[in-house]
Design a protein around this ligand. Structure first.
Ligand SMILES: [Zn+2]
Ligand SMILES: [Zn+2]
Length: 321
């Protein structure tokens, strides 16, 4: 544990190293500018890439979205890199409070356990509630077994609390109310993501804003009903011409293409859903493909524009909406 220096020590040090401190603070400054209205519901895209691969070809981390509701963070999906992206967004991990998993594909849950673990190591012992379809309890237990040696060692050796006692897991197996507190009501809708049958969209109705997150889904008209009147719809997006290009380059990708077509939503259909839902703002995320830097923002939106006339945001990592 690092002790806190005395107040006058901080002042003196600040005075002496003013210039270099400025340089350092420029480096560690959160990439997201904090809103002037702390109680406003904020949306920050932590990871906007679809699929499990990691890439440096685009600046997209794996899937995760953050909502700040009354200054409390709600993390939806935990793709690889979510802990780092939270820190990059200026959210210290001891603030972790709520996690929601849409379905058990690795690009949505690979860092679920590691995020809990990383929050635990801050020693501020956050209390965390995690929500997801059936299977979350088993996955959580398996993660803690995977890390059992390290956790048990640290508890004894470092006098740190037991992370297994900090977490409450909540499972569900059908659409409906997921949780409700004084700030927000969260509901879920089962969507279409074969072969996975338990894949869900979430709707967050806060006092000032309603936000729907599609999760992974093929075209699902019922999602338009679920998102009716929401202020913001955050929807996955698949760009079909890029898939055709992929097939031409690699015929073995045919099977992958079939899977993608059956379980994700083309940009044209995303536009249909947004128009039917009557949302004010559509935010694109979970880009498929998410590792092709040649696809422009205009290309992501042109199919949508055919069907939806509202505001479209082509999501970028650490963008705030
Ligand atoms: Zn996915
Ligand atoms: Zn998926």
């Amino acid at each position: 544990m690092i002790g806190l220096p005395k107040a006058n020590g901080i002042l003196r040090r600040h005075f002496l190293v003013g210039a270099s401190a400025l340089a350092v603070s420029a480096c560690v400054k959160p990439l997201v500018t904090f809103s002037q209205q702390p109680n406003r519901t904020r949306i920050i895209l932590l990871g906007t890439k679809g699929g499990p691969t990691l890439t440096t070809r685009t600046n997209r981390s794996n899937a995760s979205t953050l909502l700040f509701i009354n200054d409390v963070p709600y993390v939806i999906d935990c793709g690889y890199g979510v802990s780092r992206q939270l820190i990059n967004a200026g959210v210290s991990l001891d603030r972790l409070r709520y996690i929601f998993i849409s379905h058990y594909h690795s690009d949505h849950d690979l860092e679920y356990g590691a995020l809990l673990y990383n929050a635990w190591t801050t020693r501020q012992s956050p209390r965390v509630d995690a929500y997801g379809p059936n299977g979350l309890r088993r996955m959580t237990r398996n993660f803690f077994n995977y890390m059992k040696f390290d956790i048990d060692t640290r508890i004894v050796d470092e006098g740190i609390g037991d992370p297994r006692k900090l977490l409450t897991v909540h499972e569900f197996s059908r659409s409906g109310l997921v949780m409700e507190n004084q700030d927000v009501k969260v509901t879920s809708l089962r969507v279409r993501h074969p072969p996975i049958t338990q894949s869900y969209a979430y709707r967050f109705d806060a006092k000032d804003r309603s936000v729907v997150i599609s999760g992974d889904t093929a075209y699902a008209p019922e999602l338009a009903e679920f998102a009716k009147g929401a202020d913001v719809l955050i929807h996955e997006a698949m760009y079909l011409p890029a898939l055709e290009k992929l097939i031409q380059q690699n015929p073995a990708a045919k099977r992958l293409r079939e899977h993608l077509l059956a379980s994700h939503t083309s940009t044209e259909d995303v536009g249909r859903i947004a128009a039917r839902a009557g949302v004010k703002t559509l935010v694109l995320t979970h880009f498929v493909p998410g590792d092709d830097p040649s696809i422009t923002d205009e290309q992501w939106t042109e199919g949508i524009r055919k069907n939806f006339q509202g505001k479209i945001v082509v999501g970028k990592d650490l963008m705030e909406i």
